[in-house]
Design a protein around this ligand. Structure first.
Ligand SMILES: O=C(O)CCC(=O)C(=O)O
Ligand SMILES: [Fe+2]
Length: 268
């Protein structure tokens, strides 16, 4: 990751961002933690569908050799097994049968927006920087497997409480953080809660690296969203992504999308 992120911009940006699940985005493409700020991370995304193209995969030349592609392949294969095992355990614990079981909405050979994302956050001061952290949100997909050895991730506990109270998640070597995202919340009939989280850098000195695997349902899977509409997983993905792209001011009134309906679930 360091090798990629330390490369010149034109090399990192060689293929740009052909889709929201694949390619490179520089710092400042999304809203940041506080009003009027932008995000403080750059990101390399490798989509699971793109990886399935084998040697035809579209990647910047600096990470396109066989070794690099095998690393991405191994990560995605392993992360798929882990997340689908969890989905199966959750389905069993909720008493789901047949086509309702979560793993049957996530068949690996079906098209989806699942993606592997690698982040580098630039150091910044939460009070003064104009580009800082990762805004408050819930994840679009089903399960997110999140790895970072550095502090920065904060969550809000579900349940009635002061909803501006943030708690840091301690990074532990050899551990991952698992977020339930909106798609699993919706597929569970809103029984499971999406996790409200954000990232704030805690010192002004170090870059912060994190790796996320965003498992998302098959594009055609259907559920009722936070506004009670029947949508496909790919429609929800596109709707939410549009809100992610907006400035804070334009996001006003979009809380039920940005937070997957958790604002009202948590506080009301
Ligand atoms: O970088 C992190 O630790 C979290 C990233 C995240 O929340 C996201 O991209 O959805
Ligand atoms: Fe997230």
């Amino acid at each position: 990751m360091e090798r990629f992120f330390n490369s010149p911009h034109h090399e990192k940006n060689e293929i740009g961002l052909p889709s929201q699940e694949h390619g490179y985005e520089p710092v400042g493409n999304h809203a940041g933690v506080d009003d009027g700020t932008k995000d403080g991370y750059e990101i390399l995304k490798v989509s699971r569908d793109e990886l399935s193209k084998g040697s035809n995969i579209n990647l910047p030349s600096i990470i396109k050799d066989n070794h690099d592609v095998k690393v991405f392949d191994d990560f995605v294969a392993g992360f798929n097994i882990i997340t689908k095992t969890m989905l199966s355990a959750l389905s069993t614990s909720l008493g789901l049968q047949g086509g309702e079981r979560f793993e049957n909405l996530h068949r690996t050979n079906h098209k989806s927006n699942s993606t592997l994302a690698m982040f580098r956050y630039i150091p910044g001061d939460i009070k003064t920087s104009k580009e800082v952290g990762h805004q408050k949100h819930t994840d679009i997909g089903s399960l997110t497997l999140l790895f970072s050895e550095q502090w920065g991730l904060q969550v809000q506990r579900p349940g009635p409480q002061d909803h501006e109270k943030w708690e840091f998640i301690e990074p532990k070597p050899g551990h991952a953080v698992i977020n339930v995202g909106d798609s699993l919340r919706f597929a569970s009939g809103h029984q499971l809660y999406s996790c409200i989280h954000q990232v704030v850098p805690i010192d002004n000195l170090e870059d912060r690296y994190s790796i996320a695997y965003f498992l998302r349902p098959e594009n055609e899977a259907k559920y009722k969203d936070s506004n009670g509409r029947w949508v496909t997983a790919s429609e929800w993905h596109d709707t939410k992504y549009e809100v992610f792209q907006k400035e804070h001011q334009q996001q006003l009134g979009s809380d039920s999308i940005l937070m997957g309906g958790m604002e009202t679930a948590v506080n009301g």
